[in-house]
Ligand binder design. Sequence first.
Ligand code: PLP
Ligand code: COI
Length: 360
Amino acid sequence: MTAYSFTHTPATPMPAEQREALLADPGFGDIFTEHMVSITWTREAGWHDAEVLPYGPIPMDPASSVLHYGQEIFEGLKAYRRADGSIVTFRPEANARRLNQSATRLALPEIPEDLFVQAVHELVTADRDWVPSGFDQSLYLRPFMIADESFLGVRAAQRARFMVIASPAGPYFSGGVKPVSIWLSQTLARAGHGGTGAAKCGGNYAASLAPQNEAAENGCQQVLFTDTATEDTIDELGGMNMFLVRADGTLLTPKLNGNILDGITRRSLIQLAKDRGHSVEERAVTVSEWRAGVADGSIIEAFACGTAAVITPIGQLKSTDFTIDFGDKAPGELTMSLREELTGIQTGAREDRHNWLDVI
Ligand code: PLP
Ligand code: COI
């Protein structure tokens, strides 16, 4: 692994009592640590000027390409404080790989994977004291890349910036691990065949916000998107992948069809379930199948999964025409036991037998 050289400009530290008060109940995505990482790319010079600097506004020309044509990609991963005080991240090289896949789709430059991982290390090391230790708490890390050439022609920018910021986080859904209701988006889509659905780019999330508002208006916490061709084949939620669990212990999850994100939590859960001897079917999964399966008792659980959401039980799928409801059977047993196993690995309570942790 190459060690890159970063310049360090330390921030004025916040008094410990003030920081501890913020860490006691951080919410999700509201507060930020004291530092950030910035690395510049130009077509002529490649990646250079790697810096750890105080968190704050970044100078940007109003003609910067990201502001006009949306060339932006991001990642999400977490740093966990273990009981012995050590800090780990979960599969950061998988995030680096996925960022580069998104970069290719959005015509942004790839970043060396070891530079990505080192950037994460540099930030977590600088903001070590900001990794909370409470139940379901972590330091959420947000690496992202923007095009920032000042040019209004429509072509791939020749200048970009990679940054990492960090935000101490509690559960994504307020109220802890409670079953959520999800809304089936029937008229609005986030992705279509050949589009950017499999890339983690800001535009996909922008497209999900109006349907997410519709979900909220209908009392739901997340929105579910189906394939635009069938309007029945499940793609994913606005910010999470999803699974159904059959009564025989088989897990069903939509296959990677080019429209959905290749979730690292999804992959990890497929592995953990297979390790336990469960069958996992990665295939086209439909809303009709879910509805019929709940009606005849063959589908007994549903859950959402992602870095922010961890594993969140789904209690209900609502639409304008029907509701699928697990009633008081949610959260399901397998959902909660996989959750316990995954978070146990991340926080050191369980053995990391797949070598997923990266100790900072
Ligand atoms: N799908 C979408 C649209 C997401 O935003 C996320 C979150 O990152 C996921 C799936 C889950 O991916 P991961 O498990 O890698 O966080
Ligand atoms: C993540 O889980 O990291 C995401 O990017 C999803 C978003 C809902 C915060």
